[in-house]
Structure formats: structure tokens, C-alpha cells
Design a protein around this ligand. Structure first.
Ligand SMILES: N[C@@H](CCC[C@H](N)C(=O)O)C(=O)O
Length: 293
């Protein structure tokens, strides 16, 4: 058995996160280990945020992201807040710059404990999402579910925050749609060659929207930070809201600002649950400290 690595079970507005400390190691968290940890009710999660030693100057760490199905993800907003809280508690540092597959992201923990993450710039080109065919206007693409003459969901906006998102605009309560049924169909639709995160968004004012997400590689979650970023940008881009909105997800509320320099700033909480140690190759684990949750 490989030497065990430390982990913290955390959440970002209920988005279940495992923060894995892989610093000083040359191995990675295996997809098999992710699936094994997710199969155990005590460590069931949506994403693993694996903290590795930095690979480039100017960053504190390289962060690798795995979904609960073992697939790799490029971005994870809620998980990044959990990483910041964990490292801040360990080191006292409050500002961080990380390298991820989606690019360089920076984050700051505030005095009140909330954490702001600069999620970088959104991408709108059909090949950046990516889509399997050309769409010149990604504010609304031809995709629907339900009867052809009376679709249940249709004409989504698509955005990449480093990971692919489709946002369907709905008029009814977001909980009145069978997202558990439609989500996997749309996640795996051939229009999305890398699959996609599927969200239902309902505009409630020029400064607010509610959101529910079926996550690529994780299913229904209580919160998806990158989806909140994508929905906020798409709402502003289509004239539904301004550039500063509150996005309310089942797990709580996030503050989203699409700055004039095109960077998307997401602010919200993180919470620690318990800590343990695990084998990054197999997912075998042991609990070490109890948390408040
Ligand atoms: N929950 C995350 C998103 C994680 C990655 C997503 N499931 C994907 O595969 O793109 C977030 O808070 O952004």
C-alpha cells in the first residue's frame, strides 16, 4: 500500500468536496480511488481537489480535479474555495494563485471567512465549449428535450469556464423539472464531445437568478460554482440580468461579478467536515478527526 495521504472532507454550499494533500508526492489520485471513495457513504463526494506541488513560478500549487465518476474536470469553483480555506487554516496565508487545467486562477479569503475566486475569463466560441458542430451564436443553440412541438427544455446558452456548461432558461420553479431524468441525456448528448454540465436557470430580477445543476461526472449536486459563473455570464450576455448577480442554488447563495476586464469573480463560503488519510491508488481510507458537521 502506498504511503497514505491526508485528506479533508469539506463542502462548498453542499457541493461535496474531498481536498487531498498530494504535496511532496509524485503519484496522483487514481480514478479507481475516486470511484471507491465515492462508493463509501461516509466519503461520498462530487469532486476531489488534489493539491500538488507547484509546476510553474508564481503559483502556490497545481490543482488536479476529479469528478466522482473518476473523470478529470478542468475547473471547480466550490472546490477551490474549500482548498483556500484548508490552506489558509494550515498556513495563515490569505491570497493564493493556483494552476489548473483551466488555467491560472487566484483566490482570497476575507476577514469574514467568505472566499472570492477569480475563475478567469468565460469562453463563448463553439470550439471552446466545445460543441460537435458550428454554432455562430452560442447565446442560444438548437438543443431540446421533450415533444418536438412542445419541448420541456430548449434553446440553451452555452459557456465554458474551462469546463463545458449548458444553461436552459426556465419560467417555472427550477425544482419542477425532472432534471434527474433530463440531465444524463443532455450531459451525454453528441453535441457535447466532452460531455457537459447541465443547468436550469430562472431569472428572478435584474440582479438575481436561481440555478439547479446536473453535473458532468457527478450528477445532481447542491451547488456548482462554475455553473453559477456560466449562468451569471450567460444571463448578462443575453440581456436577462446585469453583470453582478446573486445566484441561489439548492445549497445557498453565491455572489457573482463579471468584471469589465472579463474576469468572473465568485464569492461564497466553504465548510470543513472531518479529516482522514487515504491511499491515492485504491481509495482505502481511515478517519482521523471529527468535524462540526
Ligand atoms: N462542482 C464544480 C464543477 C466540477 C466539475 C464539473 N462537474 C465538470 O466536470 O466540469 C464547481 O463547483 O464548479
Amino acid at each position: 500500500m502506498a504511503e497514505l495521504a491526508a485528506f479533508a472532507k469539506m463542502n462548498g454550499l453542499g457541493n461535496a468536496i474531498i481536498v487531498a494533500d498530494m504535496r511532496g508526492r509524485t503519484d496522483r489520485v487514481a480514478a479507481e480511488a475516486a470511484r471507491a471513495l465515492n462508493a463509501d457513504p461516509a466519503t461520498r463526494f462530487d469532486q476531489i481537489m488534489a493539491i500538488h506541488d507547484p509546476r510553474i513560478a508564481g503559483t502556490q500549487n497545481y490543482i488536479e480535479i476529479l469528478n466522482s465518476d473518476g473523470s478529470q474536470a478542468q475547473a471547480c469553483g466550490n472546490g477551490t474555495r474549500c482548498v483556500v480555506q484548508a490552506l489558509s487554516a494550515e498556513t495563515g496565508r490569505k491570497a493564493f494563485t493556483f494552476q489548473t487545467v483551466a488555467g491560472i486562477i487566484s483566490a482570497t479569503e476575507h476577514e469574514d471567512g467568505l472566499i472570492s475566486v477569480d475563475m478567469g475569463r468565460p469562453r463563448f466560441g463553439w470550439q471552446e465549449i466545445p460543441l460537435a458542430e458550428e454554432f455562430r451564436d452560442t447565446r442560444m443553440i438548437e438543443l431540446q428535450v421533450g415533444p418536438i412541438d412542445a419541448p420541456v427544455l430548449h434553446s440553451p446558452s452555452v459557456v465554458s469556464m474551462g469546463n463545458p456548461h449548458a444553461i436552459f432558461w426556465v419560467e417555472q420553479d427550477i425544482n419542477s423539472y425532472d432534471l434527474a431524468r433530463f440531465g444524463p441525456l443532455l450531459e451525454n448528448h453528441p453535441i457535447f464531445p466532452e460531455r457537459a454540465n447541465i443547468s436550469l436557470a430562472r431569472i428572478t430580477s435584474d440582479e438575481a437568478l436561481t440555478l439547479r445543476t446536473w453535473e458532468r461526472g457527478a450528477g445532481l449536486t447542491l451547488a456548482c460554482g462554475s455553473a453559477a459563473c456560466a449562468a451569471a455570464v450567460a444571463a448578462a450576455r443575453t440581456g436577462r440580468t446585469g453583470r453582478h448577480v446573486t445566484v441561489t442554488v439548492p445549497g445557498g447563495a453565491l455572489d457573482l461579478l463579471w468584471r469589465e476586464d472579463d474576469h468572473v469573480i465568485m464569492t461564497g463560503p466553504a465548510a470543513w467536515e472531518f479529516s482522514g488519510r487515504f491511499d491515492p491508488a485504491t481509495g482505502a481510507w481511515q478517519r482521523e478527526t471529527e468535524g462540526a458537521a
